[in-house]
Design a protein around this ligand. Structure first.
Ligand code: S3P
Length: 446
């Protein structure tokens, strides 16, 4: 369903150094998966630290429509009484995932392997995103695509087989969403479902499968890849989940503190999963002053409290194999690169074209609006750093993309002239407290 809401322009202005201590909300990837595993388990799954952003709320609604009982007890604390693998109820209406690629694609894997008919839809952004990458393996597993928009887009209708067929599938692009959809479908299939990925992607689905009692084996495959083998038709048992904070959200205050002169902030308990840490690696190569104040473990994930201080950044080349570990962080890295000395080349960004917006085009347009020289060369983004002095003053088109909105608002905290984004509404999909949190550090976003 298209959600045409009036746009809400938002402006960021520079107002001096950022200071203070913040904790960003729960991880979006793990939050979606918590609700999905809660649905597929027997018993009651207790979740704490759930991200209460709009994307995740759509997954909660879908879990309810599929038969789960979902309770919201207090901020971040949720309970899900599941139906078990094989026990899904056919929903009475359309599953509307709004802006959420992860929620919709993972749920296609779940529903497509069950003998029910489900209709998937979303907003104008989701309606443009490619779903063929999920439908292809599902068809191999026995799912019928009853209807779809041109090229395999939502709205689309799936009908699952009586019993799904286990497959061995090599993902055609590095994507945790494709991997996860196939593994979730594989839960309903007898025998072993195998996913092979050439570049390792975030492993939250594998971790959660184990946590809920499934038999899953992971081994290396090639130089950077992995092979994941899942034994089908397990009885998943409800298990408590503590959602660690979202490193993709932490990226915004982190880059802001690096580029606003004189800043010195602490970001608490940032999830340090190496498959999500490419931005930190890159910023450190650029000379960023980021130190680890303390380390701990939250819900089975390593977390680190980071101290971030402003300083001089230098341009670097980011290798393509790093992309899966920082796939959502390129827009804000491009902002950091604008303030660096020298050129930053980010290689192998073809997947950015099919995110909530065409992020390559959106970033290029936003940087140019701020007076930064940049170019798309093949699948690379090349940014000429302005050595700390970025004009700003531009109006940025966000194309229903939360990360484009937040990246350019971060930029506006350090540019000479304010930066305005045409619509801040989508920020609520992943980081509803973004503006308050940034202003609490001394930012001026309104
Ligand atoms: C996600 C995987 C990534 C990422 C998205 C969340 C996930 O997408 O961009 O925000 O939770 O599995 P792709 O799998 O399409 O790269």
């Amino acid at each position: 369903m298209a959600h045409a809401q009036p746009p809400i322009p938002v402006t960021a202005r520079s107002r001096g150094p950022l200071a203070g201590r913040v904790r960003v909300p729960g991880d979006k990837s793990i939050s979606h998966r918590s609700l999905i595993f809660g649905l597929l388990a027997i018993g009651e799954t207790r979740i704490s630290g759930l991200l209460e952003g709009e994307d995740v709320m759509r997954t909660a609604d879908a879990a309810r429509a599929l038969g789960a009982i979902v309770h919201h007890d207090s901020p971040g604390s949720w309970r899900v009484r599941g139906v078990g693998v094989g026990g899904l109820r056919e929903p009475g209406g359309v599953l509307d995932f709004g802006n959420a690629g992860t929620g919709s694609r993972l749920m296609m894997g779940v529903c497509g392997a069950h003998p029910i008919t489900t209709v998937f839809d979303g907003d104008a952004s989701l309606r443009k995103r490619p779903m063929r990458r999920i439908l292809d393996p599902l068809e191999l597993m026995g799912t019928t695509i009853v209807s779809q928009e041109e090229g395999g887009r939502v709205p689309l209708t799936l009908r699952g087989p009586k019993e799904a067929v286990p497959i061995t599938y090599r993902t055609p692009v590095a994507s945790a969403q494709i991997k996860s959809a196939v593994l979730l479908a594989g839960l309903a299939a007898p025998g072993e479902t195998t996913v092979i990925e050439t570049e390792a992607t975030r492993d939250h689905t594998e971790t959660m499968l184990r946590h809920f009692g499934a038999d899953v084996a992971v081994s290396p495959d090639g130089a950077h890849g992995r092979r994941i083998v899942l034994k089908g038709q397990p009885e998943l048992q409800a298990a408590p989940i503590v959602v660690p904070t979202d490193p993709s959200s932490a990226a915004f205050p982190l880059v802001a503190a690096l580029i606003v002169p004189g800043s010195d902030i602490l970001i608490e308990s940032v999830m340090a999963n190496p498959l999500r840490s490419g931005l930190l690696t890159t910023l450190r190569e650029m000379g960023a002053d980021i130190s680890v104040e303390s380390e701990a473990n939250e819900g089975g994930e390593a977390v680190a409290t980071l101290r971030v201080r402003a300083g001089v950044l230098k341009g670097v080349t980011v290798p393509p194999e790093r992309a899966p570990s920082m796939i959502d962080e390129y827009p804000v890295l491009a902002v950091a690169a604008s303030f660096a000395t020298g050129t930053t080349r980010m290689r192998g960004l073809q997947e950015l074209r099919v995110k909530e917006s065409d992020r390559l085009a959106a970033v290029e347009a936003g940087l140019k609006a701020a007076g930064v020289t940049c170019a798309i060369e093949g699948d690379d983004l090349v940014v000429e750093g302005r050595d700390g002095a970025v004009d700003g003053g531009g109006l940025v088109a966000t194309h229903l993309d939360h990360r484009i909105a937040m990246s350019f608002l971060v930029m506006g905290l350090a540019t000479r002239q304010p930066m305005t984004v045409d619509d801040g509404a989508m920020i609520a999909t992943s980081f509803p407290s973004f503006i308050a949190l940034m202003n609490g550090l001394g930012g001026d976003i309104a």
